[in-house]
Design a protein around this ligand. Structure first.
Ligand SMILES: [Fe+2]
Ligand SMILES: [Fe+2]
Length: 423
């Protein structure tokens, strides 16, 4: 008797525990010999593990590992050990993410020709500039931080969101406004509405039939959700033009989008209504780093080199150099934009969710960030997976067996969403 992942379930298995949905409603009673139909029902209900007799007959790693050469697995393990240096690998969620990351990396290595193997070791999306350190000045951390703050406030383009968002916000806040009015407002911006419709018709939503009009999209996706998505699309549109001499921007956006996609999937396991808010929080979580890279490249060079030389986490290097890390800078920007408090809170506390008064949303972005880095989908400059806050993991109420289906679904959505935002 034991618990196994639904993805490893085979017909003829004998259930030893009732299978219930999230609300505790009985779906299939203990004692049932499972058929293909039962397994399909279990998957449709989003259940990730069940208890069966003779679970020992099912090797939990067999279906994914059998095709991979043990030597590739060993090589992937060696690469990932460095990446997980700051993580407690005894924690079940980290152990599972390490296992999933190793499987994915070994499979990628097997597909790549020798000499073109994916490297997940130390670059973290950073460019090797060949420059020496910029030469430190006598500035204090506080001076540097307030310099960044001033730069953000001075840049009109950065501090002003398009007028359409102000009107959308006002309309949402007004209890008498209708979804028709929101649809009309967004429709007035033809570029934005075309992009929203494209996203709503993508694999992200997976609706069986085509959604042709914005009013249809508003009624299916929801007013708040669509507005948050519109914010996200516009902000990425503005920021993707930003370049940096220190960081590979494609890698930055891959990481940000992976974090957003995973955060949205994690949020759906908690039955959060507006999962789009978590998607956008995930996309924006490291936006503070983009500000440092673009507006103060001298600081960025110093921080990246300091962290590289001392083998520290990049965030600790930021804290030491600026007296505050990228999450504080990102939250500052979101505050200036007057984005919803919950979004700002998720960005501000994505590395320290336990410090937040409202832990759930920062906890979701925190775990999504770690999962995105563990899966090797880009980086915002980190060469290491940041440590997991165990309280944040607990908040999610997710079984470790739920991580692999989420990783698989995220990978399915990632490419299309990345193309959508970055091309
Ligand atoms: Fe971060
Ligand atoms: Fe991140």
């Amino acid at each position: 008797m034991g618990i196994i992942k639904v993805s490893h379930l085979k017909p003829e298995a004998l259930l030893s525990e009732d299978v219930k949905d999230r609300n505790g409603r009985l779906l299939i009673p203990a004692g049932t010999i499972l058929t293909e139909t039962h397994i399909r029902v279990i998957k449709i209900w989003g259940i990730v593990e069940v208890e069966i007799e003779d679970a020992s007959e099912t090797d939990p790693d067999s279906s994914s590992a059998e095709a991979i050469d043990p030597e590739q697995l060993q090589a992937a393990e060696t690469l990932l050990q460095e990446r997980f240096l700051f993580c407690d690998r005894e924690h079940p969620a980290i152990a599972e993410l390490f296992r999933i990351g190793r499987q994915r990396l070994a499979a990628q290595m097997a597909k790549s020709p020798p000499g073109k193997r994916p490297s997940q070791t130390t670059s973290g999306g950073r460019r090797s500039s060949g420059r020496g350190r910029s030469g430190r000045t006598a500035e204090s951390c506080e001076d540097r931080f307030s310099h960044i703050h001033q730069l953000i406030q001075k840049d009109i383009k950065l501090t002003t969101l398009p007028a359409v968002f102000k009107r959308i916000n006002e309309t949402i806040m007004n209890p008498n406004s209708s979804s028709r009015e929101i649809a009309d407002l967004i429709s007035a911006d033809t570029g934005l509405s075309a992009r929203l419709l494209k996203l709503v018709n993508s694999v992200f939503y997976g609706y069986p039939s085509q959604i042709d009009s914005l009013s249809q999209a508003v009624s299916i996706v929801g007013t708040n959700q669509l507005s948050v998505l519109a914010f996200g699309i516009d902000i990425v549109g503005q920021f993707k033009r930003i370049s940096s001499r220190d960081i590979d921007m494609e890698s930055f956006w891959r990481h940000s989008i992976a974090c957003g996609v995973i955060a949205r999937l994690l949020a759906s396991t908690r039955n959060i209504q507006n999962t789009e808010r978590l998607f956008v929080a995930g996309i924006l979580h490291d936006i503070g780093r983009l500000i440092i890279y673009h507006y103060t490249p001298r600081y960025a060079t110093d921080i990246l080199e300091m962290a590289g030389e001392s083998g520290k986490l990049l965030r600790d290097g930021e804290e030491e150099y600026l007296g505050g890390d990228h999450s504080r800078i990102g939250a500052l920007l979101l505050q200036i934009w007057k984005l919803p408090q919950s979004l700002e809170n998720a960005v501000r506390h994505h590395h320290n969710p336990s410090d937040s008064q409202s832990i759930l949303e920062p906890a979701i972005v925190h775990v999504a960030d770690i999962a995105a880095l563990a899966l090797g989908t880009g980086s915002s400059g980190d060469t290491h997976v940041p440590p997991l806050d165990p309280a944040a993991w607990k908040q999610l109420g997710l079984s470790v067996n739920g991580l692999e289906p989420i990783a698989t679904q995220a990978e399915r959505q990632m490419n299309e969403i990345f193309q959508f935002f970055c091309q």
